[in-house]
Design a protein around this ligand. Structure first.
Ligand SMILES: Cc1cc2nc3c(=O)[nH]c(=O)nc-3n(C[C@H](O)[C@H](O)[C@H](O)COP(=O)(O)O)c2cc1C
Length: 174
């Protein structure tokens, strides 16, 4: 199997949890992106990068561009965590198309998580307080039937270790 490292960006802990689960399953080291300068990329032939989705964009996805040259000859896998439920295929496809460069061939995996309002800070906290206020006012609107929107009122955690199986199986198959 490939020698891999997991690098993640996590603000409220969901991506960190998934990164650690992946690290345990694949027996590889796990680093927050803030410590990625400590990672000797030359020691690995596979890099798995993950971040939370914020307004469609994967947090920390710039990491991919920054290290693209170092990735030549290395396999890169991208994963995202988000409040969107796994059955909302079109929304997840939009995340893929907004973040995975076209024709890059970078495998992409999405894992459902939730919202943790207690751990949010700064602009995220401010933005989400406005969004939740809007949700409350439009509770009869049909958009509010969307399950992510309906769930948004309070913190919740729908993450599950079993969601990482497709990524783990993919890595084990190459
Ligand atoms: C400001 C903000 C915007 C978000 N936008 C989205 C989004 O567009 N789609 C989604 O599925 N989840 C969205 N979420 C939920 C996060 O993606 C989810 O909580 C994620 O797992 C956070 O990862 P982290 O805890 O590792 O930072 C948003 C959360 C915040 C705070």
């Amino acid at each position: 199997m490939e020698k891999c490292v997991v690098i993640y960006k996590s603000k409220t802990g969901f991506t960190e949890k998934y990164a650690n689960w992946i690290g345990e399953e694949l027996q590889c080291e796990v680093y927050p992106v803030e410590n990625s300068n400590l990672v000797h990329l030359q020691d690995y032939n596979m890099v798995i990068f993950g971040g939370g989705v914020r307004a469609g964009k994967i947090d920390g996805v710039k990491f991919i561009d920054k290290f693209r040259n170092s990735f030549s000859g290395k396999k890169l896998i991208l994963f995202a965590t988000g409040a969107t439920p796994t059955n909302e295929i079109e929304a997840i496809e939009r995340v893929r198309s907004m973040n995975v460069p076209r024709n890059s061939g970078i495998p992409f995996f999405y894992f459902s998580s939730g919202f943790n309002y207690e751990k949010m800070k700064g602009l995220d906290k401010f933005f989400m307080s406005i969004a939740r206020g809007m949700m409350r006012r439009m509770k009869d609107n049909e958009d509010a039937q969307n399950s992510m929107v309906a769930d948004m009122k309070n913190s919740y955690d729908h993450s599950s270790r079993e969601y990482i199986k497709p990524l783990v199986d993919y890595v084990k198959s190459i």
